[in-house]
Each structure stands twice: as structure tokens, then as C-alpha cells.
Write a protein that binds this ligand. Structure first.
Ligand code: SF4
Length: 248
């Protein structure tokens, strides 16, 4: 009796193993198919947004040879509009026109000037600390690697990607609120809200050299047509026939 039972067991196990492998293979094939479809959708969206917004760019003003100003602006832009930041920094730079002057400036003085952007104290502290590191470690230059940028006070992945893409022309994906809202609505990602995870998903779909401009165009499209505040204007949207319109 015992011998007969032992003989049957491996046959059942082998059959279950084969069935499991078949299920695994078909899941993998389904995942590959979905990824291919999303890549194709991403390419179509990129092309149409290029046509609709040929001149998209960063809406924070700074000079390319003064990348430190973009670091300051992007920190001030947290929970504040880019338009307001662009006005506030004019006064800030009248008082403190370069990295050295800002690094030496008392935090309270910076805070007074950046107060209209909100969160004045923490923004002023970060700007002060960041300018000190730029001066002491990089001779006033803004570093050009993700690792070094993330080590600067007040700099997260969104800001670091913006610097890499805009200043240094490197592959970058900036996952701000417009980007996260739009790529979910369009069906490029499915219910992903955490910026780091959205970035990871988009890297699988967007050609690296397109990432930076694509994100700038999403901002323009979000402001013009696919708004967070009002109902998206799908009837006037250049993507209406290909967008998943997941409006939740
Ligand atoms: S079709 Fe509608 S939901 Fe989709 S991107 Fe356009 S405005 Fe947004």
C-alpha cells in the first residue's frame, strides 16, 4: 500500500507544477502585451503633445548659466505657483545676487523675502543650507548627478530630475501633480499616485530623451485642457480618441 501511494505523489506534483508554470507563462505574456500597448500609447501621446505644445519649457525663470537659481525657485515652488515664485525671486536676487551672498545671508533675511511663497521658515533654511553646500563643496556649481543632487538640503527627486533634464539635458522625468494626474487619466499608469512609483512606471514607457519635454508638456496640457480644478475639457482635447479618460 505504502509503495503505491509513493508512486502516485510525484505524478500529481509534476502535473501541478506544469499547470503552475503554464499559468505563470500566460500571466507574463499578458503583462508583456499590456506593456507593449502602453508604450505605443505613450509614443502617440508624446507626438500629439509635441504638435499641441511645440514650445513647452520650464515655467520657472532662470538663466542656464545660473542653475543655482532653479534650485532656489524649485524649492520655493512647493505649494506655491510658479508665477508667484518668479516674482518673489526678483526681490530675493536684488538683495542676494549670487550663491556666495545667499550662503552668507541670515536665514531670517531670506525668510522675510520668500515669505509670500508660504512655508517661509523651512524654505529659507533649506535655501541657506543648500547654497552653503554649493559654495563649500562645489565652488558654486550645481552638481549634475542624481546622487549628488539628492544629497543637497531641500532637494528631492522631482527637483533633481528638473535640474538634470532642464539644465544638463539628461534623461529626466519630473512627476509633479500635473504629471501624476494626467498619466493616470490617460491610462499610462493605473491608480499610482506616489511620485517615485509613477516615475518608475513611466521610465518603462517613455524614451529617455523624451522624458523632460514630455513632462513640461503635461504641465501645459494640465493647465490648458485637463485641469484638476474644473472638469477636463475632453471634447477639445487632442488626445480624446486615445485617452483612457479615467477620471475617478
Ligand atoms: S481626453 Fe480628457 S481626460 Fe484625457 S487627457 Fe484629454 S482632457 Fe484629460
Amino acid at each position: 500500500m505504502k509503495k503505491a501511494q509513493n508512486k502516485k505523489a510525484p505524478v500529481r506534483k509534476t502535473t501541478e507544477k506544469k499547470a503552475g508554470a503554464t499559468r505563470g507563462n500566460s500571466r507574463a505574456a499578458e503583462t508583456d502585451k499590456m506593456l507593449t500597448q502602453k508604450k505605443e500609447l505613450a509614443l502617440q501621446i508624446i507626438e500629439r503633445l509635441k504638435q499641441a505644445y511645440p514650445d513647452s519649457g520650464c515655467s520657472l525663470t532662470y538663466e542656464k548659466d545660473q542653475a543655482w537659481k532653479l534650485l532656489v525657485s524649485v524649492r520655493l515652488a512647493a505649494q506655491c505657483t510658479d508665477a508667484r515664485v518668479n516674482v518673489v525671486v526678483e526681490e530675493l536676487y536684488r538683495h542676494f545676487p549670487d550663491v556666495d551672498a545667499l550662503a552668507k545671508a541670515p536665514v531670517e533675511e531670506i525668510e522675510k523675502l520668500v515669505h509670500p511663497c508660504g512655508l517661509g521658515n523651512s524654505k529659507a533654511r533649506d535655501i541657506s543650507a543648500c547654497m552653503k553646500v554649493l559654495r563649500e563643496k562645489y565652488g558654486g556649481r550645481v552638481p549634475d548627478t542624481m546622487e549628488e543632487l539628492l544629497a543637497l538640503p531641500g532637494v528631492g527627486r522631482k527637483s533633481a530630475n528638473l535640474i538634470l533634464g532642464d539644465v544638463y539635458g539628461k534623461p529626466a522625468i519630473v512627476t509633479d501633480t500635473h504629471c501624476i494626474r494626467l498619466v493616470n487619466r490617460m491610462g499610462l499608469v493605473d491608480g499610482v499616485q506616489e511620485p517615485g512609483k509613477v516615475e518608475k512606471e513611466l521610465w518603462k514607457l517613455i524614451p529617455p530623451e523624451e522624458g523632460n519635454d514630455f513632462c513640461h508638456r503635461l504641465v501645459d496640457h494640465g493647465r490648458a485642457v485637463c485641469s484638476a480644478r474644473t472638469k477636463p475639457n475632453c471634447g477639445k482635447c487632442c488626445l480624446q480618441d486615445i485617452c483612457a479618460k479615467k477620471l475617478g
